[in-house]
Design a protein around this ligand. Structure first.
Ligand code: PDD
Length: 280
């Protein structure tokens, strides 16, 4: 693969960043994952708008030039012949000259890294059979609206879920589900209402969430933006998640309780189809 590091396109095994990079020592970096279908980027501008917000919340001094970033995304997609997959973009506060909790001087340049991942997104065994979910306490820091690379806890719970024979983890704060390890969480109540947590500092403001809620509105489906408990989810008609990397992905089991008839629900399946059709 060709990857991008600070203005250069290089083979992945020749790419390097400093061991004093703030991303490496302090997880002082933000990122975006944009999906690619038929060689085209999905919702690029939504991702760049969120990137700008993440950078500004952390005071990382990087001026976002959407056209320039788009050109880099496209160049990598083309160099690596990605027809279906993802583009990962990470911007850190930069490489300091030593390990220091204080931010480096303002003239230290942020580190910009991009790479692609070719993978099949539309054809997904997980989406076809539906995910099994296990819940965990949400022990992340309380600014989950900022897309930082502090992904240790989500990574731990995903591994713990796998140990329990599940596919992913949902996180619970003060008795209510916040979101999945790397996706937003939804249920469909028995009267057909789609319920997903309202936007706040407790969840990432998903780009796919926004697009899928728009699809739902166009289909005249009822949507309630509010928090729900695991108990409510366990008795729901359907459940699903959304993310750039898995689109709409049905959930068929939560903490051992079977959702609906144990197969992907019709609303989740329909939203997945419509979302994919709208983006190709
Ligand atoms: N994760 N919530 C969390 C905690 C996430 O990490 C993500 C995305 C989402 C969904 O956001 P979007 O629809 O904009 O992808 C929600 C990416 C895909 C990742 O970390 O790989």
């Amino acid at each position: 693969r060709t990857v991008y590091v600070n203005g250069q396109y290089v083979p992945e095994n020749e790419a390097s960043v400093s061991i004093f990079d703030r991303a490496f020592l302090f997880a002082d970096a933000v990122y975006e994952v944009t999906s690619v279908l038929d060689g085209k980027l999905i919702d690029f501008h939504g991702h760049i708008t969120r990137l700008e917000r993440s950078l500004s919340e952390l005071g990382i001094n990087f001026k976002v030039d959407a056209d320039a970033l788009l050109a880099i995304h496209r160049e990598l997609v083309s160099k690596n012949n990605v027809t279906e997959g993802l583009v990962y973009l990470q911007i850190s506060r930069g490489a300091a000259s030593d390990r220091d909790f204080m931010f480096p001087a303002a003239d230290v340049a942020p580190t910009v890294v991009l790479f692609t991942q070719s993978k099949s997104l539309i054809k997904s065994a997980l989406a076809e059979r539906g995910q099994k979910i296990v819940s965990f306490a949400d022990l992340r820091w309380r600014r989950c609206d900022i897309k930082t690379v502090q992904l240790l806890y989500p990574s731990i719970v995903k591994n713990e879920a796998a140990k329990k024979g599940a596919d992913d983890a949902w996180l619970v704060l003060d008795g209510k589900v916040t979101e999945g390890s790397s996706n937003n969480s939804y249920i469909v109540t028995r009267d057909g209402t789609i319920v997903t947590r309202e936007l706040s500092h407790d969840i990432l403001h998903g780009i796919t969430r926004k697009a899928v809620l728009k699809c739902a509105a166009e289909l005249d489906l009822k949507v309630e933006e509010r928090a729900f408990t695991i108990a409510e989810a366990q008795t729901a008609q359907e459940a699903f998640t959304t993310s750039a990397s898995a689109f709409v992905c049905p959930v068929v089991e939560i903490d051992g309780a079977v959702i609906g008839d144990g197969t992907p629900g019709p609303i989740a399946k329909r939203l997945r189809e419509i979302y994919i059709d709208a983006n190709r």
